[in-house]
Ligand binder design. Structure first.
Ligand code: ATP
Ligand code: MG
Length: 175
């Protein structure tokens, strides 16, 4: 079994689903770096999202390529918090990288938009949430956790789901 320090975990989902919150907790738990997908956006992309305009595949291509480069430079495991909405985005992110465990955070538009509205200092406006839902292609193999409960409940479900997948040996299949 892979040592915790070598685990590569994607925490994905639409905006406001808790990727950053859950990703940070997992990175601390497993002693691996947390890679924040949002940090790799260009200023142009951030301005576009801030203005309520959804990014296109072309807007996302250099962003995904930069994250991929960063993942390739990591000597061991990591947690990546990234929306990773489409299968082809995940293919770009993880080209040449095996054994990625995927966590998909899910929630209703109602719950997530409320959380986004009560969050400060983030460039992503709640208006873009519907386009994120429309774009999402759920992965075929993932630990899927509904985030309706508290942060602690969500984190516990994610950790249990990841542990269960590892026992069954299904944690590292193709996204
Ligand atoms: N059960 C829960 N699980 C995760 N986050 C929660 C939960 N309950 C409340 N939150 C809150 O929801 C808000 C959104 O979470 P977070 O910023 O981690 O989402 P995100 O997926 O990273 O969003 P974005 O894609 O816009 O960066 C945060 O303020 C977080 O504290
Ligand atoms: Mg985030």
């Amino acid at each position: 079994m892979v040592d915790d320090h070598d685990r590569r975990i994607l925490v994905m989902g639409v905006s406001g689903s808790g990727k950053t919150t859950v990703g940070e907790a997992l990175a601390e738990r497993f002693g691996v770096p947390m890679i924040e997908g949002d940090d790799f956006h260009s200023e142009a992309n951030k301005e576009k999202m801030h203005a309520g305009i959804a990014l296109t595949d072309d807007d996302r291509a250099p962003w995904l390529a930069d994250i991929h480069k960063r993942l390739m430079s990591e000597p061991a495991g990591w947690v990546l918090a990234c929306s990773a909405l489409k299968a082809k985005y995940r293919a770009t992110l993880f080209e040449g990288i095996a054994g990625v465990e995927t966590v998909l955070l899910t929630g209703s538009a109602e719950v997530l938009s409320k959380r986004m509205e009560s969050r400060h200092g983030h460039f992503m406006p709640a208006e873009l949430l519907q386009s994120q839902f429309d774009t999402l292609e759920p992965p075929t193999h993932a630990v899927v956790v509904d985030v309706a409960g508290t942060v602690e409940e969500t984190e516990q479900k994610v950790v249990e789901g990841l542990a269960g997948n590892r026992e069954q040996g299904t944690g590292s299949r193709e996204q």
